[in-house]
Design a protein. Structure first.
Length: 401
């Protein structure tokens, strides 16, 4: 009984707070479900001094509001962008700042988590993989700051934008593989690899834009291989799954594979297939991860994304819980990103803090030019829990067709 009452109070407060921050005046906002009474209702509703007819529908962030009996009645979904969480983060001293991203405005929290991530939680196969230790001599001094793109200019690849395709499993894998093929070939092959090739063709992970597993992605890189991103670019269709796989490969000499079709776009002629060695797991030890990156290139990390992460603009990310503890506003899902370097900086409360530099797949307008920094050495958001890498597979017989 009391619980039910509390929920009522909460949802009332929620509406009040929401109303304050929105452009609807309190008077015009309905607090509950529409009643079935029917007024003579020619008067309609007001919004920003503008008149709306009875039955009009407008959208307040992620919630549609209907003008019914001279009142706006809004659905009560939790939205992905929550102005009071933005304020809480920006008024606090958490080491990072938040931004209201227009690409997320209007999405529900559920939609954000459903469409913008897309890596299945690592299964037992991945978690039981043996850890491989970098062969860099243990006494090697690790620099205070390391940035992959400085050590290997032109050989590493910046973030793409997965948009509403829940395929971070494909974006992060293709990106790590591309960087490593460029690094291990000493710059002979510097093409970015095609996440679309994985999304559309990795049949064993049929989910495509509805999430997938990275062990399947790495299996595909080893057994089938990918063409370049220029050859098989991202599809613009909002339903990418509607597209059949437009690139096949078949076995050629010495375990290598060849494309059986031209690129599915007329601008790029090279349909070379790129492959990797079996993926391996890197230790969760911070020092080991650093050594692996410095020696062999960027690595893949599976992290847990909380609702505040979407708002990240700049600084060193650490999870910040909203001031309201309602479960409605909380969510957690796994996501795959690429770790590209590290550093230290004076962060929250003026303390010196260690961070990783990571590439996300939400485009360059998000975060620090598509990248983010996150606390290092404390397993923040599980960022150090599962680190995966592979070798670019390069045969001496490689020849452009
Ligand atoms: C309310 O009025 C609308 C027309 O404005 C009408 O279509 C609808 O049937 C009425 N509903 C009830 C419950 O009287
Ligand atoms: C956030 O951005 C959207 C559009 O990009 C804008 O309509 C909205 O008013 C902004 N909200 C806040 C709280 O700044
Ligand atoms: C991580 O590995 C290094 C050696 O590379 C070792 O000195 C250190 O103690 C390890 N840290 C942990 C927490 O195991
Ligand atoms: C990281 O945190 C997760 C969950 O809190 C835990 O399962 C995992 O073992 C941790 N990993 C390390 C390396 O501390």
């Amino acid at each position: 009984m009391w619980t039910g009452y509390k929920i009522l109070i909460f949802s009332y407060l929620a509406t009040e707070i929401w109303t304050e921050g929105s452009s609807l005046s309190g008077r015009d906002v309905g607090l509950g479900a529409a009643s079935s009474r029917n007024h003579s209702s020619s008067e309609g509703c007001l919004r920003d001094g503008q008149h709306f007819k009875e039955g009009s529908v407008i959208k307040e962030n992620c919630n549609p509001c209907t003008c019914s009996q001279q009142q706006w009645r809004c659905s009560q979904h939790a939205c992905l962008v929550r102005p009071e969480l933005l304020e809480h983060i920006n008024n606090g001293d958490f080491g990072w700042t938040a931004q209201n991203y227009s690409q997320f405005w209007g999405m529900t929290l559920q939609e954000g988590f459903t469409h913008r991530l897309g890596t299945l939680p690592p299964g037992p196969t991945l978690l039981s993989m043996n850890e491989v230790t970098a062969s860099l001599p243990t006494h090697t001094d690790l620099p205070e700051i390391f940035i992959s793109s400085y050590k290997w200019p032109g050989w590493t690849h910046g973030p793409l934008d997965q948009k509403n395709c829940a395929a971070s499993w494909a974006f992060s894998t293709a990106s790590v593989a591309a960087d490593r093929i460029a690094i291990h070939s000493k710059g002979q092959y510097t093409a970015n690899l095609s996440p679309q090739n994985l999304i559309s063709c990795c049949a064993k992970s049929r989910l495509g834009c509805h999430g997938g597993s990275i062990d399947r992605a790495w299996w595909f890189l080893r057994k089938r291989g990918l063409v370049s991103h220029a050859c098989y670019p991202l599809l613009r269709d909002p339903r990418p799954d509607a597209h059949a796989c437009a690139m096949e490969s078949r076995a050629a000499a010495r375990g290598r594979r060849q494309a059986t079709r031209p690129c599915p776009n007329s601008l790029e002629k090279s349909n070379r297939i790129f492959q990797c060695s079996p993926a391996y797991r890197v230790s969760s030890n911070e020092t080991e991860i650093m050594r692996e990156i410095m020696q062999n290139g960027p690595v893949q990390a599976i992290m847990q994304v909380h609702e505040d992460f979407f708002h990240y603009k700049t600084g060193i990310y650490r999870h910040v819980a909203g001031s309201r503890e309602e479960s409605k506003y909380r969510k957690l899902r796994s996501h795959a990103v690429k770790l590209t370097g590290w550093g230290t900086l004076r962060g929250a409360q003026g303390k010196k803090e260690k961070f990783w530099i990571a590439a996300n797949s939400w485009g360059k307008s998000w975060g620090e030019n598509g990248y983010f920094r996150i606390l290092r050495g404390v397993n923040e958001s599980d960022i150090e829990k599962l680190i995966i890498a592979a070798w670019g597979q390069l045969a001496r017989s490689d020849q452009e067709p």
